[in-house]
Design a protein around this ligand. Sequence first.
Ligand SMILES: Cc1ncc(COP(=O)(O)O)c(C=O)c1O
Length: 383
Amino acid sequence: MIPLSTPFFDGNEWQYVKDCLDTGWVSSAGQYVNRFEQLLSGAVGARSGVAVVNGTSALHLALLAANVQPDDEVLVSDLTFVAPINAIRYTGARPVLIDAEPETMQMNVKLVREYLENKCSFRQGVTRNKKSGRKVAAVVPVHILGHPVDMSSLMDIAEEYGLSVIEDATESLGASYKGTSVGNIGVASCFSFNGNKLLTTGGGGMVVSNNLDIVSLARHLSTQAKSDEVEYDHDMIGYNYRMTNIQAAIGCAQMEKLSEFVAKKRNIAAVYSRELVDIPGVQIMIEAPDVTCAYWLYTIRVDDRIFGMNSRELMRCLSDQGIQSRPLWKPMHELAINGSFTYVGGGCSSALQRDALSIPCSVHLSNVQQGKVIDVIKMASRR
Ligand SMILES: Cc1ncc(COP(=O)(O)O)c(C=O)c1O
């Protein structure tokens, strides 16, 4: 099987993990945790970071640290993995689901403005939903598939309406927008180091920010909000979200490969784009101007009327040849569990979910394997 995206360990992972076992520093404190926080936040240019158990907990903490309150509204991408919506709901806030735009597949920032202009009022520094009176507290752009959201426009809107911007950068480590790393634009940003991400710690996440108060509150909440070094005093409802030293050790070794991994992903993407661009009915993945895409998952779109088969038929065709591919997530507004939340848009995320297919792009994908993927897609188009 040629897998979609699997981890790659050819650096110091064994040595650093062995060091944890040899020294007994295996749990949620240790030099690798601090080092990983410094390396990752440094790589994105943020002042500080707190390492946690996964990307979902990072989002939960970032929202809490940005003071999102129960019953607030939080605008968020409709076309995403479910985690950011769940994290918003953990806080008791209500997601407002913003459709994608067709070119980059990212949050349609024009719809954010439309929603705020038409459905909300802005008074004394606070934006409220005109009908419900709920405060609109934050916006969570989810940079999906390695490509950034249109952050200049979004930051302008957020400033105008007094919203906190919390970036879900879990899929886009290594990407940048107008020269600034994704994850260093909003007030806080979140990363995931799940096994299928650009770099992995097995499972893990991080909140990074230039605002040290946010990082320190997130850190406090991640350690059961223990407020005394010695005595078991706790001043808030905290969580047990800290990353272990073993996970961080793997992360430190993976960080040494970050630029190599990004270069490999970009190289794989360049080959796919060159080879697939002329196939009728296939739309290659687009990199917007002013953006450096990290191409976490290279994703094509299939127009069945021109290509001759739809994305799911192509998926089966690839699978028959031992190649894994994957559709995008069901849009959040189509999930029954999100039925009571506002959806702003016109069906773009649904169309993308129908037509899009992510194809193999592990950093260790060989030329032969990539050639096979390309050949199977070309053959399918001629059927
Ligand atoms: C967009 C997005 N946000 C959040 C997460 C959550 O990360 P984790 O699985 O580490 O909790 C993921 C993926 O796993 C994701 O794709």
